[in-house]
Design a binder for this molecule. Sequence first.
Ligand code: SF4
Ligand code: SF4
Length: 58
Amino acid sequence: MIQIDDKKCCGCSYCVLTCPKEAITSYYGAEVNEKCTSCGICVHNCPNYAIIIIQGEK
Ligand code: SF4
Ligand code: SF4
């Protein structure tokens, strides 16, 4: 599972567009659904480094 820091997120929606699982349904603090596999693609595509993987949780 991921977590989005709403203080860093600018709402660009790159994470939504790049997630292969369509797991992010909103941002600015994130609403992530159970489709997230913690693959990390969105983490690397966020220009503001706003996304982190929460270890130990799916
Ligand atoms: S890619 Fe980063 S800055 Fe853009 S909407 Fe997603 S979390 Fe926010
Ligand atoms: S970690 Fe992967 S599956 Fe989860 S929201 Fe990011 S891009 Fe989508």
